[in-house]
Design a protein around this ligand. Structure first.
Ligand code: GLC
Length: 460
């Protein structure tokens, strides 16, 4: 009996002690402070992702080392031959800006391990590549800042070149037989690798001035022979990032979703979200990252390129669900954007030149505004304007169901030309559907020469 009481007492004490223990916290700030820190990013909505590295030479996907199981010694030939003689980040920055992008994120190191920046911790870097001999990141940062774009660094947590990085199930040298992991990883020291990562992240966040965004990629803790927060020492890594650049915004791939301050925004990759993503019942900041075609790195023979309309749809739809779009370019081995990328950027820019007010500062439409068929809505809470994007140009009339009394004035956005409210009897098509709660907008028969025309509604 006495024994039982003792055990009960001890377990109660234990429970009390663990309940009182503060949850690990990486970053202490209020919701309001977080919103202010992220305000520029939430406003800007549209950024450029850049995947550039040695994989631009084989030009067969940035995972070519893994897909073709290329041993480090063989892969290093790309290091010897990397010759980006046409590299001019000023041009990149100008193209990004002209496309309407407001920030950019570049791979400082991808999974292959090659560093585009100056580092004291490996020779496998651009400055040492015999035909390059430049700190590519320094020039990039200067060029993008000069065009007024915010700058972000992608840094791969994986490293298929580093001798201490333990071989796991997605490593190029992953063995067929799980029994072989032990043998293959003998002598590798992940402590040393974690140190390496922290040293490099420190270099990146101290040597280049203010860095607006950090994109750590990625974790795969589920199943066997994966990697996650213990492998990266994510909590301390994130503390380091926040300490070095207190204003920085970080993505969510360090496996810290349950740790306050462990991430700022979610990163749905290569798919459209069905609705504004939530966590614990709350809408969260999010950014979808997308490629023009099926690869992040330059892929010469890949042909599944999205067209302008699809790309615009992606941008508008992201904003209509409260999110951002980070659209990727994979520059060539010479340091240029290939023609297909340039054409698409120009197409986006043409539309953004007149329609960007429906993107910048915009978000999901407020409750009570339903999107008419074949349209997407965005809303600017500052100016109280609602934007109707016409994906499919209607015939002469657009029915805004339930909008009556809520709209002061309507106009096209591209030329700010007035759109008048029609009457029910002016339309045979809508005669029956229209009631006093609705508005019927009269549109010109001829579709304006805009890829996706936008109607701007000034709300009451
Ligand atoms: C994935 C891939 C990678 C790409 C990234 C972009 O994690 O590993 O190649 O850089 O997604 O989101």
């Amino acid at each position: 009996m006495m024994m039982k009481v003792c055990i009960l007492f001890l377990s109660m004490m234990f429970l009390l002690a663990s309940a009182g223990k503060a949850q690990p916290k990486i970053w202490d700030e209020t919701e309001q402070e977080k919103q202010e820190r992220m305000a520029w990013w939430t406003h800007d909505r549209f950024g450029m992702f850049i995947h550039w590295g040695l994989y631009a030479l084989p030009a067969r996907h940035e995972w070519v080392m893994r897909y073709e199981k290329i041993p480090v010694e063989d892969y290093e030939k790309y290091f010897d031959l990397f010759e980006p003689d046409l590299y001019n980040p000023r041009e990149w920055a100008k193209m990004a800006k002209a496309a309407g992008m407001k920030y950019a994120v570049i791979t400082t190191k991808h999974h292959e391990g090659f560093c585009l920046f100056k580092t004291d911790y490996t020779d496998y870097q651009a400055l040492n590549a015999p035909l390059c001999r430049k700190d590519l990141i320094r020039e990039w940062v200067e060029a993008f800042r000069a065009e007024g774009l915010k700058v972000g660094f992608y840094y791969s947590l994986l490293d298929w070149h580093h001798p201490d990085f333990e071989i796991d199930r997605i490593h190029p040298q992953a063995p067929k037989d799980p029994k072989d992991y032990k043998k293959l990883n003998k002598g590798k020291d992940m402590d040393r690798y974690r140190e390496y990562v922290k040293n490099q992240v420190t270099e990146l966040l101290t040597n280049y001035g203010k860095i607006d965004l950090m994109w750590l990629d990625y974790s795969y803790p589920k199943g066997e022979y994966g990697k996650g927060r213990q492998d990266w020492d994510s909590e301390n890594l994130m503390k380091l990032v926040r300490k070095l650049q207190p204003g920085i915004i970080v993505n969510d791939r360090a496996d810290l979703l349950d740790v306050p301050g462990g991430w700022d925004f979610s990163t749905p990759e290569q798919y459209k979200v069905a609705k504004w993503p939530e966590r614990d019942g709350k809408k969260i900041p999010w950014e979808t990252c997308q490629t023009f075609s099926g690869s992040w790195g330059y892929y010469r023979d890949e042909a599944t390129w999205k067209d302008n309309r699809q790309l615009l749809g992606l941008l508008i739809e992201s904003v209509s669900k409260g999110g951002n779009l980070l659209l990727n370019v994979g520059p060539t081995a010479r340091g240029t954007f290939d023609q297909r990328a340039q054409e698409r950027l120009a197409g986006l820019g043409k539309w953004m030149a007149v329609n960007s007010p429906s993107i910048y500062g915009c978000t999901e439409a407020p409750a009570g505004f339903d999107a008419p068929d074949n349209t997407l809505l965005t809303y600017n809470p500052e100016t109280n304007r609602l934007y109707v994007h016409l994906l499919d140009y209607p015939l002469g009339r657009l029915l805004l169901k339930g909008y009556a009394g809520k709209v002061k004035y309507a106009q096209f956005l591209h030329d700010r030309s007035e759109l008048r409210f029609g009457k029910a009897n002016a339309s045979v098509t809508h005669k029956d559907e229209l009631d006093e709660k609705d508005i019927l907008l009269v549109l010109p028969d001829v579709r304006p020469d805009v890829e996706i025309p936008v109607i701007e509604l000034i709300l009451n």
